[in-house]
Design a binder for this molecule. Structure first.
Ligand code: HEM
Length: 391
């Protein structure tokens, strides 16, 4: 007998607050069959970590999203959806741009951009941390690096959010998002062409990799998704999750006075609120997970959002935001060969925003008259609006 559950991780109420469902799944077992979606959930930190570090058993090919149409039509050939030597080849193209050494020269620009946005926030007045700060900052940085025109920023943010939404089961959100995700491909075909994209940009580097014979022409657009999709909402949600949690506790002073480094704040925010709540894998052999054998060929969901709250890993206060704890083992950026290629960039972006806020504001608090809002999303967890008051 294996553990199973009728929990639907994708109904609106569960998406609004998935943590009670995650706690129930962790209690049920290391691998729990989700009856509604015909997949296995891995809700515990230890089993998610073990799966991430065993890509030979847990394949990413045709496995990341819950529907075949998305795995077969949108994710084939992406770096995140490819195994083995082919994955390594694709990843090498990105690594040149995203390695810490390559990013060093961007730090000044990022800090200036963050300072300018923070300086423009009203003194003693409220602001929206999503629309006034995190979204324009992240999209501004990434659009320029990709080499895409600034005026397409809002469109790109919409298409990226929709592409992630298609990772869900065959529900209304996935179906509504699918055409927008397809539009991302058409957009890149139309706009990210050799004659329109600067050679020294991230997308330009992908064309150069094709010309050098490092990758095939047909791999260029799927590889571009590594930036256009993976590099925006994830970081926006990480920044705003941290600001929300900081505003609701008394820990801002520790950030403001530089007592706790911003990397530690980011790690703790990612542990508490993984911007990507899960990715799928497909088993290549029968594999024992706890006391269950998951058969070869089945799909498993690695629940990053649940792993971050696992008391077996994080102790009895796992649900408490505490920037002084050591959260470095969190899995919200993945682990192993598919570990987030953009993690250095995300860390620098996060640091630039927190540093700018810490330089200007002594206090950070929730807006007294406007509540933050979320929009249910199949895979991303983040704020749609986040009104704060800083002084
Ligand atoms: C805090 C922000 C971010 C979070 C939470 C995040 C999360 C993740 C996660 C969980 C994975 C693992 C996928 C897996 O195991 O299958 C991943 C992979 C990836 N991320 Fe991020 N990401 C962030 C920022 C970024 C940025 C800024 C970029 C690029 C500009 C980026 C590009 C990628 C790419 C290309 C991969 C695939 C790596 C591979 O398959 O080898 N990410 N990310």
């Amino acid at each position: 007998m294996h553990a199973s559950s009728g929990i639907d991780l994708f109904d609106d109420a569960t998406l609004a607050d998935p943590y009670p469902a995650y706690a129930r799944l962790r209690e049920l077992g290391a691998a729990v069959r989700l009856e509604t979606h015909d997949v296995w959930a891995l809700p515990r930190h230890a089993s998610v970590a073990a799966a991430l570090r065993d890509p030979a058993t847990y394949s990413s090919e045709r496995a990341l999203a819950l529907t075949d149409s998305v795995n077969d039509r949108l994710l084939v050939g992406t770096v995140v959806g490819t195994d083995g030597a082919a994955h390594a080849r694709l990843r090498r193209v990105l690594s040149r741009q995203l390695a810490p050494r390559a990013l060093k020269s961007l730090v000044r620009d990022m800090r200036e951009r963050a300072r300018a946005l923070v300086e423009a926030l009203p003194r003693d007045g409220g602001f929206d941390a999503v629309t006034d700060l995190a979204a324009p900052f992240v999209a501004g940085v990434v659009m320029r690096l990709m080499g895409l025109p600034e005026q397409d920023r809002a469109l790109l943010l919409d298409l990226a959010d929709a592409t992630f939404d298609t990772f869900g089961p065959d529900n209304a959100r996935t179906r509504a998002a699918f055409p927008h995700a397809e539009e991302m491909f058409r957009y890149l075909d139309r706009v990210a062409t050799r004659d329109r994209i600067a050679a020294d940009s991230w997308l330009g580097a992908i064309h150069i990799a094709v010309d050098r014979g490092d990758i095939e022409e047909s791999q260029a657009v799927p590889l571009m998704l590594s930036y256009t999709v993976a590099g925006m909402d994830t970081t926006i949600h990480a920044i705003t999750a941290a600001l929300h949690l900081l505003a609701h506790t008394d820990q801002w002073a520790l950030v403001r006075d530089r007592v706790v480094p911003t990397e530690a704040v980011l790690a703790e925010a990612l542990r508490m609120e993984a911007p990507i709540q899960f990715f799928g894998r497909r088993t290549t052999r029968d594999v024992r997970v706890g006391d269950t054998v998951v058969p070869a060929g089945d799909q498993v969901l690695l629940l990053y959002g649940s792993a971050g709250r696992d008391r077996a890993k994080w102790g009895p206060n796992a649900d408490t935001f505490d920037i002084t704890r050591d959260s470095r083992d969190h899995l919200a950026l993945g682990s192993g060969i598919h570990q987030c290629a953009g993690n250095h960039l995300a860390t620098l972006e996060f640091d630039a925003v927190l540093d700018a806020l810490a330089t200007r504001f002594r206090t950070l608090a929730p807006s007294p008259d406007r509540a933050p809002t979320r929009r249910p999303h199949n895979i991303l967890r983040g704020w749609h609006t986040l009104p704060l008051v800083a002084a």
